[in-house]
Design a protein around this ligand. Structure first.
Ligand code: GLC
Ligand code: CA
Length: 527
């Protein structure tokens, strides 16, 4: 590919896998997944064909929010192993052509972080302005930001970024109010120090072989920032500087607004459950497109996606993840392996960068009603241990059942890697074939052109072309229970070779293409 882009060109071929480390693979029998466990499973990931991983936070933490409450950015949490294990993970992954991205919680720390403990003191010190404090604890201002009152010895309230125990780091305010002197400008000494620390943290891990970061709540840094203008400026500066030392660094935003985040210098961002609309209409709503009886169509998603894609073209990429640790897995609400095959056919033939959430490749289920663990609440059901085989604890751990990080999917016939690896008709093999096809086909990769074919309001199917040079694919999807027919006018072809398909037949008729589709079917045809 010789298209010039503003992001590392390698990303055009990337297929990511998200690992929630506590639930992936436990090597020392304490019931919690660990970094040596990820290393042991790298061969599996290589077999699957993925070439990058994002690991959820694995740093020292009291784990009130599953590690999104960092207490030491420079140390791997002992329950996951040591820094050396992480360096080894990078080396072993690189040997297999897999990049490693860590989760960078840039906007807040844990209340257990030594910076915050010092910041809580009433005597002025180096960390007094590392967080955002408004005085007084009793009569303090009540700005449109979540303030925590009465926590500290210091006579002031702090701004929380997410949960109360995640105090916001001070990167300043876009337009500090004159009558609110505690709102510091972005170039005040406190905010500048916060930036410097962020730089240091990133440099540290990059210098030890990490390839990049997924930045948690990347949009949240500068407060009361209309249009995120100052936050965008801040990231542009940070990322530019970083790139002078580590040019290939991959920067992934948890932002949910590719137009903004890519302007901020990130290489890619998600369309998912928050931010710009579309993802919920695709996968989550009751009436979403990928639901047999939901009655939904592709329009809501498509319009939003095309708008974002046109605004970010050539500058950055958009990812539509299979799920993540914050939302329901696609295997929920009665979806079966057949439904999931349609979904993955879409995800892996769509432009941008696919992200597969661990276990989705075998159709691991979202478990409703799971008691909350480490601040998971309803998210907990998407965080259960990976199901490797039919052995003890599904091969996840040799610990006693009651010591597992979370209980396993209790079903007798729960899917496992082992079962599906031995069955070429399984979802796992489907995903693997799709990844392989994508790898060998520039038209299906990030920069291949996308030409959506017209859909009418009540259409339950969706078809599109992907194209690069003379290579051209037609993809047709019908997630609904009912058969459907698609007529594509004005595409003359003498070749419609099915690559990966089920229940979909495409043939040329004069200047048109006719596709007959069974209920719950998909087809990728090479033109
Ligand atoms: C992000 C994470 C989520 C976490 C929150 C606070 O949204 O994905 O898991 O709870 O940020 O850090
Ligand atoms: Ca362990």
């Amino acid at each position: 590919m010789n298209t010039k882009t503003d992001y590392p060109p390698w990303l055009n071929q990337a297929v990511f896998y998200q690992i929630y480390p506590q639930s992936f693979y436990d090597t020392n029998g304490d019931g919690i997944g660990d970094i040596p466990g990820i290393i042991q499973k790298l061969d599996y990931l290589q077999w699957l064909g993925i070439n990058a991983v994002w690991v959820n936070p694995c740093f020292v933490s009291p784990f009130q929010d599953a590690g999104y409450d960092v207490a030491d950015y420079y140390r791997i949490a002992p329950r996951y192993g040591t820094n050396r294990d992480l360096y080894r993970l990078c080396r072993e992954a690189h040997k297999r052509g897999i990049k490693v991205c860590l989760d960078l919680v840039a906007g807040h720390t844990s209340i257990e972080h030594p910076w915050f403990k010092a910041s809580c003191r009433s005597s002025r010190n180096k960390y007094s302005d590392r967080y955002i404090w408004a005085s007084s604890a009793v009569w303090g201002a009540n700005p449109p930001l979540p303030m925590i009152r009465g926590y500290a010895e210091r006579d002031a309230n702090y701004v929380a970024n997410f949960f109360y125990f995640q105090p916001a780091l001070n990167y300043g305010f876009a337009r500090p109010a004159a009558e609110q002197p505690w709102q510091q400008p972005v170039d005040a000494p406190g905010p500048l120090e916060s930036r410097k620390e962020l730089n240091k943290i990133m440099n540290y891990w990059l210098s030890h072989g990490v390839d990049g970061f997924r930045v948690d709540m990347a949009f949240s840094l500068v407060k009361l920032d209309p249009g995120r203008k100052e936050t965008i400026k801040l990231w542009r500066e940070i990322i530019q500087e970083l790139r002078t030392f580590y040019p290939g660094t991959i920067m992934i935003a948890e932002w949910g607004n590719p137009e903004e985040s890519i302007t901020a210098g990130f290489d890619l961002d998600f369309m998912f459950h928050v931010g710009v609309p579309g993802y919920a209409d695709l996968l989550l709503n009751e009436k979403c497109f990928f639901r047999r009886h939901g009655g939904g169509n592709i329009m809501g998603f498509l319009e939003s996606y095309l708008e974002q894609a046109s605004k970010t073209q050539g500058k950055g990429l958009i990812s539509i993840p299979s799920a993540n640790h914050d939302i329901k897995r696609p295997s929920s609400d009665g979806r079966t392996a057949s439904d999931l095959k349609v979904i993955f056919t879409f995800l892996l033939t769509w432009p941008g960068v696919p992200f597969i959430y661990y276990g989705d490749e075998i159709g691991m289920r979202y478990i409703p009603g799971m008691p909350s663990k480490e601040g998971g609440y309803t998210r907990t059901g998407a965080r259960t241990p990976m199901q490797w085989d039919d052995g003890q604890n599904a091969g996840f751990s040799i610990a006693g059942k009651d010591r597992l990080y979370l209980p396993l999917d209790p079903r007798q016939n729960r899917p496992t890697v082992k079962k599906q690896a031995g069955d070429t008709g399984s979802l796992l093999h489907h995903v693997r074939k799709l990844i392989a096809l994508r790898k060998n086909s520039p038209a299906l990769q990030a920069v291949g052109a996308l030409i959506p074919l017209q859909v009418k309001n009540n259409d339950r199917h969706f078809a599109y072309l992907r194209q690069s040079g003379s290579e051209r694919f037609l993809i047709a999807l019908n997630p609904s229970a009912d058969p459907s027919q698609v007529r594509i006018k004005g595409i003359k072809t003498d070749k419609l070779a099915p690559q990966i398909s089920h229940g979909a037949r495409a043939y040329a008729e004069g200047d048109d293409i006719q596709i007959d589709m069974d209920g719950v079917s998909y087809g990728i045809f090479k033109l």
